[in-house]
Ligand binder design. Structure first.
Ligand code: NDP
Length: 489
């Protein structure tokens, strides 16, 4: 009998140990420690993904903790404020241009010591391994960019924001970039003297209408309910602009056009149940945003609308050492000032987490030689793109002997400004095989109109005097390289 008890007891103990080990791997985040050994691998104590209000504020606060902080800016630097005109609701910054505010925030973060990596994240791997020496479970966050950078993060602050929502109606995809867009500040200049429509009833719709009004003949805001939800201050501003009008209870059911561009929208009045149509050259969507969480789902917990779920009043996500700030985790307020505050909070919490994990100044010094440092492009090897200044010059390039790529941009388009240095880098690698020039589409209007450039950034490739291909969206370095490669075949 004693023997039986002994066998039963030992078996139970073994089962408990096996259970605890398995359970511990998956369910004891508090007992998960930082990855200790990096050998040849690169590491960063605080990584921030996102270059908007939340990301830049996290960069400022992260750098001020004295721990090496890296901000990865992505394709839309400056976030949503980077594409706004005057901002009147950032405390202490009354009536300043959104891009100016964001440039200053970036400068401030850099002054504080944050490093910037102007690349786009391809993948984030969240892993946990048992360290055979210490027998502890170690947290490992591996980040890789489309441009080829690869490093481990000891802590991660997700500030990837949100992207404009689409309608999903017929014609939307077909005419995307041919009159349908979400960036009024980028594309307003292509609708000079035309009638345009803005869809949505929030602050973004009001903001887009304000940006379009100086260029377009008329701007109609199409609101599906009988009232706008934009703030009173915003509504007052648009009511004072003579060429802006509002159609309430109106839904856009279809976007129509010819072979090249948008010409009309089909409308439905949901109060009178009547249909109508309106001739327009541009359709500007401002119907809210979707959080950018694709890189993190399903590992990190999200709600039914894909917003990252945070713990209580903290910025902590469901993974230890991973924090989130701004619109990516904010289904309610979505304000730049709140995003910035959350970025600051997330950086303080990242610092506290590192402290609790025993990552101190001595450990930081020990790891310093393993820090990932953004590759600084050798500017001497990079040729600045020639800016085409006249239509005559443009046609001379098109008729040239080598294949040509023209980078169409405007000065106010944040993603154009982000993409330009990448285009320059890739163009330099192609040498004389390919001619690459840039063209301000808001200045050379006749060229933009002839080649039907209705959105920027746009790359158009020419061979033997004819257009052979085009891309009408922000591209990362790899995508630019792929586009160029098809041109010289
Ligand atoms: P909002 O969510 O505030 O508004 C979205 C609008 O789009 C609503 O009017 C909504 O209609 C409408 N909409 C949604 N889906 C559809 C659809 N399928 N068809 C037609 N209409 C649709 O988003 P915003 O992007 O405007 O603003 C997001 C946040 O950013 C807000 O908190 C806003 O205050 C802030 N913001 C602030 C600015 C500033 O202060 N300067 C500028 C821009 C944004 P409905 O009302 O019927 O739901």
């Amino acid at each position: 009998m004693k023997k039986l008890y002994y066998i039963l007891g030992t078996s139970l103990l073994c089962l408990c140990i096996i259970f605890l080990r398995l359970y511990g791997l998956n369910h004891q985040p508090n007992q998960i420690s930082l990855k200790q050994s990096f050998d040849q691998e690169k590491v960063v104590p605080i990584v921030v993904i996102g270059g908007g209000s939340a990301g830049l504020a996290a960069g400022i606060y992260g750098a001020r903790t004295n721990f090496y902080t890296l901000v990865i800016t992505g394709k839309e630097p400056g976030g949503q404020l980077g594409g706004t005109t005057y901002v009147d609701n950032m405390p202490g910054m009354f009536h300043q241009l959104g891009p100016d505010i964001m440039n200053n925030m970036r400068k401030q973060a850099a002054e504080c010591g944050a490093q910037f990596l102007d690349e786009t994240v391809k993948s984030v791997e969240f892993k946990q391994h048992r360290n055979p020496t210490t027998n502890k479970i170690e947290n490992d966050i591996l980040i890789e960019t489309h441009e080829g950078s690869k490093f481990h993060a000891l802590t991660l602050i997700i500030a990837t924001g949100a992207s404009p929502r689409k309608l999903g109606i017929p014609g939307e995809e077909e005419y995307w970039g041919h009159g349908v867009t979400t960036c009024a500040i980028c594309d307003a200049a292509f609708h000079k003297g035309n009638d345009v429509i803005v869809i949505g009833g929030g602050d973004s719709a009001a903001e887009e209408a304000k940006q379009l009004a100086p260029h377009a003949k008329t701007v109609t805001i199409c609101v599906r309910k009988d009232a706008m939800r934009a703030s009173g201050a915003m509504q007052k501003q648009i009511n004072n602009i003579s060429n802006i009008s509002i159609m309430y209870n109106t839904e856009v059911k279809e976007i129509l056009g010819d072979d090249e561009k948008v010409t009309q929208v089909a409308l439905f009045n949901n109060k009178t149940n009547t249909t109508s149509s309106k001739n327009v050259s541009g359709v500007f969507l401002a119907i809210g945003h979707e959080p950018n969480t694709d890189l993190f789902e399903p590992t990190l917990k999200t709600d039914q609308n894909h917003y990252l779920i945070l713990k209580g009043r903290t910025q902590e996500t469901s993974w230890p050492g991973v924090f989130a700030a701004g619109d990516v985790a904010d289904p309610i307020y979505k304000q730049a000032v709140i995003a910035a505050g959350e970025g600051a909070k997330a950086a303080i919490e990242a610092r506290n987490y590192l402290d609790e994990e025993g990552f101190n100044d001595a450990k930081a010094r020990e790891l310093a030689s393993n820090y990932f440092v953004p590759p600084s492009a050798d500017r001497s090897l990079i040729r600045e793109l020639h800016k085409v200044d006249s239509s005559k010059e443009f046609y001379e390039f098109v008729q040239g002997d080598t294949p040509l790529v023209v980078d169409f941009y405007t000065d106010y388009c944040p993603s154009c400004l982000q993409m330009l240095p990448l285009v320059e880098q890739v163009a330099s690698e192609y040498g004389d095989k390919l001619t690459v020039v840039k063209c301000d589409a808001s200045v050379l209007e006749d060229i933009a109109s002839k080649y039907n450039v209705k959105t920027v950034p746009a790359l158009i490739a020419f061979k033997d005097g004819k257009e052979i291909s085009r891309s009408q969206k922000a591209l990362n370095k790899q995508e630019i390289n792929d586009f160029f490669a098809t041109v010289i075949i």
